[in-house]
Ligand binder design. Structure first.
Ligand SMILES: *Cc1c(COP(=O)(O)O)cnc(C)c1O
Length: 230
């Protein structure tokens, strides 16, 4: 199936990303557009991949695994929803990267599963709850160094960077504080632990422009691409 860019608003979103990059003196090639395909059918996903999108985000392990089994076109599938310990093995089997590592126990479980499955070093992101919003998952900023050390010590994992979810608000200052906070934390951890943490996964449909201005390298976009979820 070839994708219909008009239906999916891919061009409009790429344009928005370009403009945000221009405003902040960044290159558009630094920012990956992930299509968040939760609740969408395998057919919709195929069509989206036909539009030239190469990275998909799912927030549930089972849904993502089932869908991937029905999608033929190649893509990078990433888990962006919370991961329970009993789903770790399935996540490693069916996803190319987990963005939501938020506790040491999960690191150990992931490391063991990757070893058992005999996979190469498995890429992960650390999810950080900047601003300690009780409604959101993620480790706190205070816990971040310990979690980072656990991931760096895990022989079968590779830490690519950090992920956060912005507040559900239109208040630009609040969003900038969160996204800027993730970037600052990344810079600090990268310094203190002498590691490159190139990926900053932040920004969704409503706040991707602000996130890019604050340094995002991967925006997770669902609604703005596919339309409103039912
Ligand atoms: C659903 C979801 C998104 C996409 O949200 P939209 O507002 O539809 O763009 C991004 N990130 C995470 C973690 C999500 O669960």
């Amino acid at each position: 199936m070839t994708g219909d860019k008009k239906i999916f608003r891919v061009d409009a979103i790429l344009e928005l990303i370009n403009k945000a990059c221009d405003r902040s003196g960044r290159k558009a090639s630094e920012v990956t557009l992930m299509a968040v395909s939760k609740t969408r059918t395998a057919e919709e996903v195929e069509a989206m991949l036909g539009c030239g999108i190469g990275v998909l985000g799912e927030n549930r392990v089972q849904e993502g695994a089932d869908k991937r089994g029905r999608v033929v076109a190649p893509a990078q599938w990433e888990l962006i929803g919370p991961l329970q310990s009993n789903k770790v093995r399935q996540a490693v089997e069916h996803f190319d990267r987990v963005q939501t590592v938020d506790r040491v126990k999960l690191v150990q479980k992931l490391d063991r599963c990757v070893e058992e499955l005999g996979h190469a070093r498995y890429p992960v992101l650390m999810q950080v709850n900047i601003g300690a919003d009780p409604a959101k998952h993620g480790c706190s900023e205070d816990e971040a160094p310990e979690l980072l050390e656990a991931i760096l010590a895990a022989r079968h994992l590779r830490l690519d960077g950090l992920m956060t979810i912005g507040e559900y608000t239109e208040d630009e200052r609040v969003l900038r504080r969160t996204f800027g906070g993730l970037r600052t934390l990344r810079d600090r951890l990268s310094d203190t632990h002498a590691v490159g943490l190139p990926v900053l996964s932040m920004g969704m449909s409503a706040d991707m422009a602000i996130a890019i201005e604050e340094g995002s390298t991967l925006v997770r976009v669902g609604t703005a691409l596919f339309g409103v979820r039912e």
